[in-house]
Design a protein around this ligand. Structure first.
Ligand code: ASP
Ligand code: MG
Length: 464
């Protein structure tokens, strides 16, 4: 059995969190066998590093000196508490100070040059993980476990797209077999830096903000792990946002496509890109709560698994506007939609939902509310001739709308789900302005007036 576990910033955020995390790691290795651990930087550390570097680029020396002081204090406090009276303490403290010295030296160089390259940003921002991994590994050794900090720069080989590097999987798998597998086989617990990798030439890269989840999935695939566990501070993915729906509960199992649909419509779940490596290889991924470790959390699996239950979750995205282009002269004219979306894309605005009536007399789509003016101006320009000829009668926005999305792969092939949803809304006085169903039939999205958003979510949730 090989398990990859990832702990986020709050799970290593201070000495107390690291102690709890160490306990979970030790327990897992005992119960499950070979366990590779991926850690994020201590909470807020990546932000501090980035802010310091960006400040340096515009001449703010005080800013990065202050950031360095905060970094020394935060890591120093964790080391002093976790490694008190431990012979390794001075060496670990010295190593961390070297990282922070280097942070200051890099910022100083940026300050003098007045230029911050993506490559320098990666060198700076990856230090948080390099520090947290060293502290946690030393603490585990103190507790009697054979743990070893390992830089993912030695394991994850990436392209040189700094700040958002993509893994080169065959190279990464080879590195993991060479460098990581022997450690696991000999009972060592590797504590691996999340977020970072290195190019073929060994230059440090990062996988993008929040990239430690991605690191865990990449390593899971490279090791052909049996499972990947993402430890966080909630009991997995919820059926709805508990701030709006008090009866929301954990979803025991989700498919990859459901996760993608939920993520797209604003639910706080793992980014689909980050989990694709494991899901495509049939490796189950579990989201668990490090503050409530006995809870089974949410299991994410591939798509070819029988879905249990029809509706799994309901989400809402607020602060949107629904833009409509309408006119009798649009019927049967090819290219209207292409030109409309071209005009939206020109303004760098992304469209969240599209709906067209079969009469082809109107086409509606949802965009972020603060983009509505820009989009309408752009559309009016694109359709100036049609507006003049009155082939297009009107381009207008309904402001303050919310998209409510109902997600569940089991909706496919289960008749009547849409009916239940619309009855629930109708009975409770919610007017549906527009509808869209993805072709995967794994979600239905409804546009409602912003004032009805909460009511809609709660009544649909009652159907789960
Ligand atoms: N520390 C990195 C970040 O804050 C990566 C992560 O936490 O996943 O973006
Ligand atoms: Mg994260």
């Amino acid at each position: 059995m090989t398990l990859v576990m990832k702990f986020g910033g709050t799970s290593v955020g201070d000495a107390a969190a690291m102690r709890r995390t160490a306990g979970l790691i030790a327990h897992s290795q005992k119960e499950m066998g070979a366990t590779a651990v991926v850690v994020s930087a201590m909470s807020k550390v990546t932000d501090l590093l980035l802010r310091g570097a960006h400040g340096a680029a515009v001449g703010d020396e005080d800013g990065f000196r202050q950031a360095a002081r905060e970094l020394r204090e935060k890591h120093g406090a964790a080391v002093n508490e976790l490694l008190a009276r431990h012979p390794e303490r001075p060496a670990v403290a010295a190593e961390l100070n070297q990282f922070i010295d280097r942070f200051e030296a890099l910022c100083q160089a940026v300050l003098i040059l007045g230029e911050l390259t993506p490559r320098a940003l990666d060198a700076v921002s990856g230090m948080g993980e390099q520090m947290s991994a060293r502290i946690l590994a030393a603490y585990l050794r103190r507790e009697g476990y054979d743990a070893q900090a390992l830089d993912a720069a030695e394991l994850i080989v990436t392209d040189n797209n700094f700040q958002s590097a993509a893994p080169l999987m065959p190279e990464t798998a080879a590195q993991c077999q060479r460098r990581l597998r022997p450690l696991l086989d000999s009972g060592v617990i590797p504590i691996i830096t999340g977020f970072i990798g290195a190019t073929v030439d060994g230059v440090l890269t990062t996988l993008g903000r929040g990239g430690s989840d991605y690191s865990a999935a990449i390593l899971g695939q490279a090791l052909a792990a049996n499972e990947v566990w993402i430890w966080t501070d909630v009991d997995g993915v919820m059926t709805a946002d508990p701030r709006y729906v008090p009866t929301a509960r954990t979803i025991p199992q989700l498919t990859y496509r459901e996760v993608a649909e939920l993520a797209y419509y604003g639910a706080k779940v793992l980014h689909p890109k980050t989990i694709r490596p494991v899901i495509e290889n049939g490796i189950p991924l579990r989201i668990k709560n490090s503050f409530n470790p006995d809870h089974p959390g949410t299991l994410i699996v591939g798509d070819n698994v029988a879905a249990n239950g029809a509706i799994k979750a309901v989400t809402a995205v607020a602060n949107l506007a629904l833009i409509t282009v309408e006119g009798k002269g649009m019927m049967g004219v090819p290219g209207i939609a292409a030109r409309a979306f071209g005009a939206v894309a020109d303004k760098q605005v992304s469209v969240l939902l599209i709906s067209q009536a079969s009469s082809e007399q109107s086409i509606s789509f949802a965009v972020p509310g603060d983009a509505a003016e820009r989009v309408i101006a752009s559309l009016e320009q694109a359709f100036a001739a049609e507006l003049q000829r009155q082939d297009v009668d009107r381009i207008w926005a309904q402001r303050e709308v919310t998209i409510v999305t109902v997600v569940g792969a089991g909706m496919r092939g289960t008749p009547g789900i849409a009916g239940q949803i619309f009855s629930a809304l109708g009975q409770n006085g919610v007017n549906v302005i527009a509808i869209a169903q993805g072709s995967s039939e794994c979600g239905i999205s409804l546009v409602v007036d912003a004032a009805d958003g909460g009511t809609a979510v709660n009544h649909i949730h009652a159907l789960i």
